[in-house]
Design a protein. Structure first.
Length: 193
């Protein structure tokens, strides 16, 4: 997905391709090649259309983590790309952008099972801090690591960027789809890359 409006370059780290369209936020693109000029990553998304990795939330296929049975449902959260993919075994069935924990509120990595599902419930945190929050009726919540959950975030549209107090925020329709699709104790794998 494109994370913010960008007009591609003719070559990696080169001049802008004025003949190319300006790609808009949430537009899906396909990556045909990757180049590494200097310390940057550039993706080819069309003929003479290169964009810097910072403008893209990329989803790649992942193998089930150790401990997940061959045909079992599981969810993969990529903290670097700020993406989520739902799988049955090795088959991806859904993918979307997410918002995970800000610095100081890092989303913990690891493999955990969902231990509690809440159709709509209260959430609060950061007590006695300037960023204290209290929200009622947060829908489609699945707790998987103590008080860390996958849940709807109806209060922002920053998906593709870190934005939360440690949870995995999803757009309302994505959170609902995931909640309705996932088995009761689905695996959630959170990884840094």
């Amino acid at each position: 997905w494109i994370l913010k409006p960008v007009q591609p370059s003719l070559t990696p780290a080169g001049e802008v391709n004025t003949e190319a369209p300006v790609y808009q936020r949430y537009e899906m693109v396909q990556i045909f090649a990757t180049e590494y000029p200097g310390d940057q990553v550039w993706y080819l998304i069309g003929q003479d259309q290169w964009i810097n990795q910072i403008y893209v939330g990329k989803v790649t296929l992942s193998a089930p983590p150790e401990g997940v049975a061959p045909e079992e449902a599981w969810i993969d959260v990529n903290l670097f790309e700020q993406t989520l993919a739902a799988y049955v075994g090795e088959r991806m069935v859904y993918a979307t952008l997410v918002s995970t924990g800000l610095p100081g509120w890092n989303t913990p990595t690891g493999l955990n099972r969902v231990w509690l599902r809440v159709t709509a419930g209260k959430m609060s945190g950061a007590y006695n801090r300037p960023d204290y929050y209290f929200l009622e009726d947060v829908p489609w919540t699945m707790y998987f690591n103590k008080d860390v959950a996958l849940h709807t975030a109806y209060w922002h549209d920053g998906f593709g960027y870190k934005h939360s107090h440690g949870c995995v925020n999803l757009a309302p329709l994505d959170a609902r789809w995931l909640f309705e699709w996932a088995p009761e104790n689905v695996w959630v794998n959170v990884r840094a890359d």
